[in-house]
Design a protein around this ligand. Structure first.
Ligand code: F6P
Length: 549
């Protein structure tokens, strides 16, 4: 059954939120704390190893009640049921959205066209397990009978960002295999990777749901040619495996049928790391850890499905995001992870969030007259404090931020951990409280600064505060907690898409540029082909051809 098509701005909750916003927009978060001594605990969700504090937001209890009323009016509950039960909610592509099935326990049942997909999922999982174990243990050997030392994941977008982020995030859990990721069609990228490899001991994993993506096929072809300069043709079957839905195309590329790890159309590229797309993860950290990642995600699925909306982490974080996006008109959101392991997390989220919800046509096919998709960005703390935090603290833009931290470090250096986390807590406190004029003056006086200098510098040293943040404090970074965290964002994306009445699971917006690039490529490769372009593009092409060819 199709998703409902309710324009959120026509709901009574939206009008109430609009009126409520007018009464609350100038209030300082500090005053909310002063009004309610239980605020911090009331606005904290403790679930498993997650402690999510959303009290440092420009909301009061009424705000949250109205946001939940909005979720109810657009019938979020109904949408969640359809999402998990395999309804065709990716209507524009005529597909189910079932990445959640990939992390289900074996005894679950999920029907697609009347067939239970769980047995196939577990068959592929078993294949991933056996293959990973054999490569890691050195039982599957190279064409010269050596154990593999290096794995290269060749893919782009969802076939790269997820596995690359997770492998990086789980560095602590890695085995002896070196993992590399080639994604960009920039030939310098693939050449820099090749430079580090010994073809005799490298396994190549080509990941492409469609197996038609220009970047991935170009890189795969370049790598295969390089490989064959050193190895005989027969070695390809030992060194190349593929993950795809397009079995025919994979075979055409020359990959052995046994070396194909299938995936399904009902798994969207940007949500596919739980499928065989995660093969590089399983190779890098072992199947058991890959399975724990899936288990963590499944736990978050259960939480999302069953928790009341006001205690539901993906729902609450999504509603807060709608509040800032649609009422405060915030232009972007930051995600700041206080863990260097999560260095690629914001980049990964950019595809999930912006490819899903960067839409302007609603589920009725009409142009929306309200803001949708958030712009998401971020870098790990504390590095980001020394880069863009100035802007968050004292700039003119409102940038709600999610702070993600871990109570325990992995290597156990408590001194570093306490320093890191003191920054984590200090930043959200500072962003909320700011620093008043009188505090600045007092501080400068105590430092013995002259009256004249105090007068001059005070305005620049005042912080308004009132900058909203959520604090997501997790016990420790491990495969299970990472699985929970990623799934939390997947569901947050879903909730936002439902509220904004858009289709979150297609990505037609990336097509136009691809089509044009093919036309231009023809022109670059063939001097006789001249297509029609605007004057700017024409000049640029002519200039490039002169310089480059
Ligand atoms: O960027 C568009 C996109 O279709 C993504 O959604 C997808 O993750 C990526 O290209 C790669 O696609 P494929 O896995 O089919 O190569």
């Amino acid at each position: 059954m199709a998703l409902k098509t309710i324009n959120p701005t026509t709901t009574s909750a939206w009008s109430k939120l609009q009126a409520h916003f007018e009464t609350i927009k100038a209030s300082h978060i500090n005053t909310f704390f002063a009004q309610n001594s239980n605020r911090a605990s009331e606005m904290t969700i403790k679930w498993e190893d997650f402690y999510v504090d959303y009290s440092k937001h420009r909301i009061n209890n009424e705000t949250l009640e109205l946001l939940i009323e909005l979720a109810n009016e657009v019938d979020l509950k109904d949408a969640i049921e359809k999402y998990f039960s395999g309804d065709v909610i990716n209507q524009t592509e005529g597909r189910e959205v079932l990445h959640t099935a990939l992390r289900n326990p074996k005894d679950a049942e999920v029907l697609v066209n009347g067939n239970d997909v769980m047995p196939e999922i577990f068959e592929v999982k078993r294949k991933i397990e056996i293959f990973s174990n054999q490569i890691i243990d050195g039982k599957l050997k190279s064409y010269t009978n050596k154990p593999f030392t290096d794995i290269v994941n060749i893919g782009i977008g969802g076939s790269d960002l997820g596995p690359a982020m997770v492998v990086d995030a789980l560095t602590y859990y890695k085995n002896h295999l070196n993992t590399h990721f080639v994604s960009n069609v920039d030939g310098d990228h693939v050449n820099e990777i090749i430079k580090k490899l010994n073809p005799e001991t490298t396994l190549f994993v080509i990941v492409s749901k469609t197996f038609t993506t220009q970047e991935t096929l170009s890189n795969a072809n370049t790598i295969r040619s390089w490989f064959l300069k050193n190895a005989p043709d027969a070695a390809v079957s030992k060194h190349f495996v593929a993950v795809s839905t397009n079995i025919e195309k994979v075979k055409e590329f020359g990959i052995d049928e046994n070396n194909i790890f299938p995936m399904w159309n009902w798994v969207g590229g940007r949500f596919s790391l739980w499928s065989a797309v995660g093969l590089s993860i399983s190779l890098a950290v072992g199947f058991d850890n890959f399975d724990k990642l899936l288990y963590g995600a499944h736990k978050m699925d259960e939480h999302f499905k069953t928790a009341d909306f006001d205690r539901n982490i993906p729902v609450v974080t999504a509603l807060l995001s709608v509040w800032y996006n649609n009422f405060f008109k915030a232009e972007s959101e930051a995600v700041i992870s206080y863990s260097q392991y999560l260095n690629q997390f914001a980049t990964y989220l950019q595809q999930g969030i912006m490819e899903s919800n960067g839409k302007s046509i609603d589920r009725n096919g009409d142009k929306v007259n309200y803001q949708t998709g958030t712009i998401i960005w971020g870098e790990p703390g504390t590095n980001s404090q020394h880069a863009f935090f100035q802007h968050i603290h004292q700039g003119t833009k409102l940038i709600p931020a999610e702070f993600i931290g871990f109570s325990k470090s992995l290597h156990g250096n408590q001194d570093h951990q306490d320093k890191l986390m003191s920054n984590f807590f200090a930043q959200t406190e500072a962003l909320m409280n700011g620093k008043s004029k009188s505090e600045v003056i007092q501080e400068l006086k105590a430092q013995g600064v002259s009256e004249e200098t105090i007068r001059m510098v005070t305005p620049f040293k005042v912080f308004d505060g009132n900058k909203p943040t959520s604090t997501i404090l997790i016990n420790q970074l491990n495969p299970e907690s990472l699985g929970k965290l990623i799934a939390m964002y997947e569901h947050k994306i879903f909730v936002q898409g439902i509220i904004w009445n858009i289709f979150s699971y297609d990505q037609f917006g990336v097509e136009l540029g691809k089509q044009l690039a093919n036309t231009i490529l023809d022109e670059l490769k063939n001097p006789n082909v001249i297509n029609n372009h605007d004057d700017s593009t024409k000049n640029l092409l002519a200039f490039y051809k002169k310089q480059s060819h």
